[in-house]
Design a protein around this ligand. Structure first.
Ligand code: URA
Length: 210
């Protein structure tokens, strides 16, 4: 197993993921489950954030209380399915600013083409958590992270719900410095680039477009 990959095997995450995979799970439930899992993933992703102490007064006495030391965080969603992960993360950390990256694959050249890119102005000073539910081929994930690095960001984490071994490998080769957090690594990609057994098209299932 790639040491840069953390599979979040918490039973609540696994149970909710299994409910998302079922083909008859309706859109509102799918979205709610993704939001709940994302909150739990956010908890794991931030586990090693450094702490410092701050002098505070409780009703009884003064104490040196643990508080986050920084760096500050930033979420970046890869459009459009990445937005499905944002809600749960923002439930846990509502003050974190959010950037967006929109890429599509040119059907002729197969190159990733950017159609939208916006980061918070001080993103380069932040630890950037990139979100996209499906790490499939890894190509658009790698292209998005390259683009974010080109904007000056040096500290990144990547969060997916489901990953394919092919995507883990390709992304790890492109960005060995970026740790990946995922709820499961499935069997393989099919000929259409879908993760098997997977859960289908994440964007369509989040937004009810199919
Ligand atoms: N994107 C999806 O939404 N689903 C897959 O299985 C692969 C990529």
């Amino acid at each position: 197993m790639n040491p840069n990959v953390t599979v979040v095997s918490h039973p609540l995450v696994q149970d909710k993921l299994s409910r998302m995979r079922r083909k008859d799970t309706p859109t509102p439930e799918f979205r709610r489950l993704l939001r709940e899992i994302s909150l739990l993933l956010a908890y794991e992703v931030t586990r090693d954030l450094p702490l410092t102490t701050q002098r505070i007064e409780t009703p009884l006495t003064a104490m040196d209380a643990p508080v986050l030391a920084g760096p500050k965080l930033c979420f970046v969603s890869i459009l459009r399915a990445g937005n499905g992960i944002l809600d749960g993360m923002l439930d846990l950390m509502p003050n974190v600013p959010v950037g967006h990256v929109g890429l599509y694959r040119d059907p002729k050249t197969l190159e990733a083409v950017e159609y939208y890119f916006k980061l918070p102005v001080d993103a380069a000073q932040r630890l950037v958590i990139v979100t996209d539910p499906m790490l499939a081929t890894g190509h658009s994930a790698a292209a998005a992270v390259t683009r974010i690095k080109n904007a000056g960001v040096t500290r990144l984490l990547y969060v997916s719900l489901l990953s394919a071994p092919e995507g883990i490998k390709a992304f790890g080769e492109a960005h060995p410095d970026v740790p990946v957090f995922t709820a499961a690594i499935d069997s393989h990609l099919n000929d259409h680039g879908y993760i098997v057994p997977g859960l289908g098209d994440a964007g369509d299932r989040i937004y009810g477009t199919k």
